[in-house]
Design a protein around this ligand. Structure first.
Ligand SMILES: O=C(O)[C@H](O)[C@@H](O)[C@H](O)[C@H](O)COP(=O)(O)O
Length: 243
């Protein structure tokens, strides 16, 4: 990553470190939901390179994923593999508190729906009692944005972006490879305290403008990604709507 993309990733990394430190000061721990894609992984790399990363008590960070590419364990295209290489392998996270989505050669084999249901159960188990939607408190949920407006692995005009009941779904026939994925749904995403949408480049200007302009999430899934307390768009100049 270089140029404006790198500046954006570094700025987002600084914010992320601050957000985690603040959550830990308030509650003793913090929970972060990671995303895939160049920007999301670029931010994790910037966290790794930041001297301020040592202000975080990494053993008290809960790590989740907002979506995963349903591929074998260790596949270089898995979001988990990339997040570990970018950051998690370099800080003292507690392995018990890192919650990747299942790979396609794990306990559920090639059944992405079963793997998704299992992740939903895990989230429900870790949820605080009496929450509206059965997921843990997420202090910050990171997302990227696709050229056609997808976010996490929720693509336009699919049953998955319309899902209302389940927190996690197996996603099939995705236009962006690989075709099979696992994703949090919009209700799960909307249960996060803060949702940060991060993207760069002119190719993203259109979906960003549509989402900020109040598009229907069925057409532009990123438009439906809203945090309970805050929704933050972190953009470089090329992706930002022109005033
Ligand atoms: O696993 C994935 O592919 C994603 O989580 C996906 O939603 C990604 O964040 C966007 O497609 C943006 O990706 P870029 O930052 O690479 O454009």
């Amino acid at each position: 990553m270089h140029g404006d993309g790198e500046v954006l990733a570094a700025a987002a990394a600084a914010r992320l470190i601050t957000r985690i430190v603040d959550a830990q000061a308030a509650r003793g721990s913090a929970s972060v939901v990671l995303t895939g894609g160049r920007t999301g992984i670029g931010v994790l790399e910037q966290v790794r390179h930041s001297p301020a990363r040592d202000a975080v008590d990494w053993a008290n960070v809960d790590v989740y994923w907002g979506d995963e590419r349903f591929l074998p364990d260790g596949d270089p295209e898995r979001n988990e593999t990339q997040a570990r290489a970018a950051l998690l392998d370099h800080v003292a996270v507690d392995p018990e508190r890192v919650h990747p989505m299942a790979p396609s050669d794990g306990k559920f084999g090639a059944d992405a729906d079963a793997a998704a249901a299992h992740y939903a159960e895990l989230l429900a188990t870790l949820a605080e009692p009496a929450v509206e939607f059965p997921v843990p408190r997420f202090d910050v949920l990171l997302l990227g944005v696709g050229e056609e407006g997808h976010t996490a692995s929720l693509f336009p005009d699919t049953p998955y972006v319309r899902e209302r009941e389940r927190a996690v779904v197996g996603v099939h026939d995705c236009p962006k490879p690989p075709p099979t994925r696992i994703s949090l749904t919009l209700p799960a995403i909307r249960s996060a305290a803060e949702v940060w949408l991060m993207t760069t480049g002119a190719a993203k200007a259109e979906p960003v403008a549509a989402a900020l302009g109040g598009a229907d999430p069925v057409d532009i899934p990123a438009a439906g990604a809203v945090g309970l307390e805050r929704t933050l768009w972190l953009l470089d100049p090329a992706a930002a709507p022109r005033g």
